[in-house]
Design a protein around this ligand. Structure first.
Ligand SMILES: Nc1ncnc2c1ncn2[C@@H]1O[C@H](COP(=O)(O)OP(=O)(O)OP(=O)(O)O)[C@@H](O)[C@H]1O
Ligand SMILES: [Mg+2]
Length: 312
């Protein structure tokens, strides 16, 4: 039997006057997995993470992290958990090597410069160890934050939007690092806006919307359960295109100016193409592709998550 590392039951967090940031959420996370909490701005992700980290008090519900109720006894597990807060910024005037050393002291850990140096190598900061932290790039700052959070070799690591705002190369560097961390046996609790990231990295996904979990499963399970096998993409036809396509009786959504037509099984494809070819639309390009987690999200909540911006 796999071990449950995080348990959340009927969790509620209200903020005055009447914001239900977390609205009766329940889930469990198994050891050794990467769990992703996905959702647009304001969905309630950070609120849940910070309750689990012992930083906020829930209005109602029960939680256990590594077997401990962190609303009452977080100190008992402090050294077994690592955290990278959302929008992490390191101390400007400390070099990475000093920042990690300082962090180790906060954990009452005896460590050596050699160990810290190896940790900075591991996260890909070998060349930046002795540079003032204010000179680091956005991606390098996140790597430093992850190095700090790894100093106590945590069993569970919270990463709250580790890749938001980073360029594609920096995002991929962090993906590799997260895979490496999981490979060493650490359970990773990730929040992200990026559906491709969740699809690539996660063993388990919860999609949150307006304080509730609206879908739960493995990425492929979610696609199989909520998705269709294939999507026909009509590039650049926009909202007018969407109106045309739906007028022909086809189910469709719009994303970044493209219209996406999901197709349940190959037999349906012929009908779909017949209807699409009758349209009088200026199409830049038309192609088919497999469904992604993003398509599932779109079909579930009819919204698009992109760079943290929620477009209704
Ligand atoms: N301290 C607070 N006081 C009042 N409202 C709050 C507070 N913190 C968060 N909220 C509200 O609770 C809701 C959930 O916020 P939360 O930060 O958990 O969302 P999130 O999913 O992490 O969003 P993002 O992707 O933007 O980080 C939002 O409506 C937010 O405005
Ligand atoms: Mg957040």
């Amino acid at each position: 039997m796999k071990e449950i590392i995080v348990e959340v039951e009927d969790l509620v967090k209200r903020y005055p006057p009447d914001i239900r940031a977390v609205d009766e959420v329940s889930f469990s996370i198994y050891g050794g997995q990467v769990f992703s909490l996905l959702g647009p701005n304001g969905a309630g992700k950070t609120t849940i993470v910070e309750i689990l980290e012992g930083l906020r008090t829930p209005t109602a519900g029960r939680i256990r992290v590594l077997g401990v109720d962190t609303t009452r006894k977080y100190a008992a597990i402090r050294k077994r958990v690592g955290t990278l807060p959302q929008n992490f910024e390191p101390f400007d005037m400390l070099k990475p090597i000093e920042a990690v050393e300082y962090w180790a002291r906060l954990f009452d850990m005896r460590t050596t410069r050699r160990v810290i140096s190896e940790l900075l190598d591991r996260v890909g900061l070998s060349e930046r160890k002795n540079l003032m932290s204010k000179k680091l790039s956005g991606g390098e700052k996140r790597k430093l934050g992850i190095a700090m959070s790894l100093i106590n070799e945590p069993e569970l690591l919270f990463l709250d939007e580790p890749t938001t705002g980073l360029d594609p190369k920096a995002r991929r560097d962090l993906w590799k690092l997260i895979e490496e961390i999981q490979g060493r046996g650490t359970t990773v609790f990730l929040t992200t806006h990026y559906l491709d990231e969740a699809e690539k990295l996660s063993d388990d996904v919860a999609i949150m919307h307006k304080g509730k979990i609206i879908a739960r499963g493995t990425p492929s399970g979610l696609i199989a359960q909520h998705g269709k096998t294939t999507v026909v993409v009509l590039e650049g036809v926009g909202r007018d295109g969407l109106a045309e396509v739906t007028r022909r009786g086809l189910e469709a959504t719009e994303s970044n100016g493209d219209v996406l037509v999901p197709v349940r099984d190959p037999a349906e494809m012929r009908t779909v193409f017949a209807k699409l070819s009758a349209l009088e639309l200026k199409v830049k390009d038309m192609y088919t592709r497999r469904q992604t987690l993003e398509d599932v999200f779109l079909s579930l909540v009819g919204t698009k998550m992109d760079e943290g911006v929620l477009q209704e």
